[in-house]
Design a protein around this ligand. Structure first.
Ligand code: DX5
Ligand code: ZN
Length: 223
């Protein structure tokens, strides 16, 4: 049975002086969650947003918030993002030496744990934590920036992961993030992804509603 399609906009392309309004507009357009790209300038060569910004946007919308923590030692910061109102915390497998403990801590904090793997990281790096997470994020760009090109060679990785999760009977979503657009979402869906982060492509549509409708239709058609 197909897993539900979810569209998760990255707010990186948004006007950071009006993030609250962007959240309101995106919720109205029918997105399923907000994808907050948290970068610390160390794990990735870019610096974005702290929990305070997310906390200020939280009261304006009802949809779930996912914090994509592209930070070193996420254990030190995780609780602040849960306190800010994030429902899902996505940890990069490469960002902590105690990944198993950190993911368990996310669950203890009352949030939904997810694990992300960079394009160069094999599935074997997360096979012993798949039972701890509700979602795996397969990065389809090297993290740090929006507007990069989709790495199609990640599709076999998505397919291999889907097969492994199904074989183990694990109820886990697969999210893809980076270069997701009208041109790439169908192939990512066919490979086995069902949650889609889109930043620059979604913000390029004449309206968010048109983008969400188009991306969702293309994903559903490819399932
Ligand atoms: C990259 C971020 C992605 C990125 C997606 O480090 O994790 O969420 O912002 O942006 P687009 O859709 O423009 O590739
Ligand atoms: Zn992201």
């Amino acid at each position: 049975m197909s897993r539900p399609i979810a569209i998760a906009p990255s707010v990186l392309p948004a006007d950071f002086s009006a993030l609250g309004q962007a959240c309101i507009d995106l919720e109205k357009a029918g997105v399923d969650r907000m994808h907050w790209d948290v970068m610390d300038g160390v794990f990735v060569p870019n610096l974005t947003m702290g929990p305070g910004i997310i906390k200020s946007c939280r009261p304006h919308v009802d949809i779930p918030f996912e914090a994509h923590l592209m930070v070193v030692n996420p254990e030190l910061l995780m609780h602040t993002y849960v306190e800010a109102g994030c429902d899902i915390l996505t940890l990069q497998a490469e960002s902590t030496i105690h990944l198993h403990r950190a993911l368990d801590q996310v669950r203890q904090l009352g949030a939904s744990p997810a694990v992300a793997i960079n394009p160069g990281t094999p599935i074997s790096a997360i096979e012993h934590v798949l039972d701890l997470v509700d979602m795996v994020l397969v990065m389809t760009v090297n993290p740090g920036f929006g507007g990069q090109s989709y790495i199609a060679t990640m599709e076999p990785k998505v397919a291999e992961l889907r097969a492994l999760l199904d074989k183990r009977g694990l109820d886990v979503d697969i999210e893809v993030d980076g270069g997701i657009s009208a041109d790439t979402i169908a192939a990512a869906t066919s490979a086995g992804a069902n949650v889609f982060v889109s930043g620059s492509a979604l913000f390029r549509y004449p309206s968010f509603a048109e983008g969400v409708t188009d991306l969702r239709a293309k994903a559903e058609a490819a399932q």
